[in-house]
Ligand binder design. Structure first.
Ligand code: BEZ
Length: 211
């Protein structure tokens, strides 16, 4: 099954270094970032897991739970976590699924056999509190991901869920946003009290409404 944006993601139960995770129950009313790693004791993954630990307060602030996955068992994860803590100025403070039977990897399409039949690629899934898939990213094993970019997308998703706006190229928290094409300019003038700038009839900018 290929998961597509807007799909309700499948539930699962799987072991982790923090005990068995029953996914829906564990996620509760939070957003979730689920991200896979090719394998334990690999250098790029080691740096990524350290970075996510350091960024955990940023995820918490946004009501986002983070959940890593690697196709190795809990004992292997525990040994690797010691190395991550030792080398990355971090304390791994979120669960890593021990997907040695590949149950979750297969369910979420994280193994791309023509890239590698044994390891997961670097997938990222952003899942909202209704368990709907809101973003997927697939990176090759050789390229570490940019987690500030993932936080930026979460900021955009949470903002655009609440207001009739979209975020333009390279947008970051606090920058101006664009008014949705479905909102007329007259309506936009009523809705956005900070004012709108009509660059073109289809390109209307407004200050970020919740700032
Ligand atoms: C890594 O995480 O360092 C890695 C894993 C598989 C291939 C290349 C790099």
């Amino acid at each position: 099954m290929t998961l597509q944006l807007g799909d309700v993601v499948p539930d699962f139960k799987q072991a982790s270094n923090m005990g068995e995770i029953s996914f829906y129950e564990w996620a509760g009313d939070s957003w979730v970032v689920l991200f896979s790693h090719p394998a334990d004791y690999t250098p790029v993954c080691t740096t990524e897991l350290g970075e996510v630990s350091r960024l955990k307060p940023e995820f918490d602030k946004r009501n986002v739970k983070v959940l890593a996955l690697s196709v190795d068992d809990v004992d292997s994860h525990n040994g690797w976590i010691n190395d991550i803590n030792e080398t990355q100025n971090a304390q791994v403070n979120y669960p890593i699924l021990a997907d040695s039977d590949r149950k979750v990897s297969d369910l979420y399409g994280m193994i791309h056999p023509n890239a590698n039949n044994n390891l997961t690629v670097r997938s990222v899934f952003i899942i909202d509190p209704q368990k709907k898939l809101r973003l997927t990213l697939t990176y090759p094993a050789s390229t570490g991901r940019n987690f500030p970019e993932i936080l930026r997308v979460i900021d955009s998703l949470q903002l655009t869920d609440d207001y009739q706006v979209a975020t333009p190229v390279n947008w970051k928290e606090g920058d101006d946003v664009v008014v949705l094409p479905s909102v007329s300019t007259e309506e936009a003038k009523q809705k956005f009290s900070k004012g709108i700038t009509e660059v073109k009839p289809y390109l209307r900018m407004t200050p970020q409404p919740n700032k």
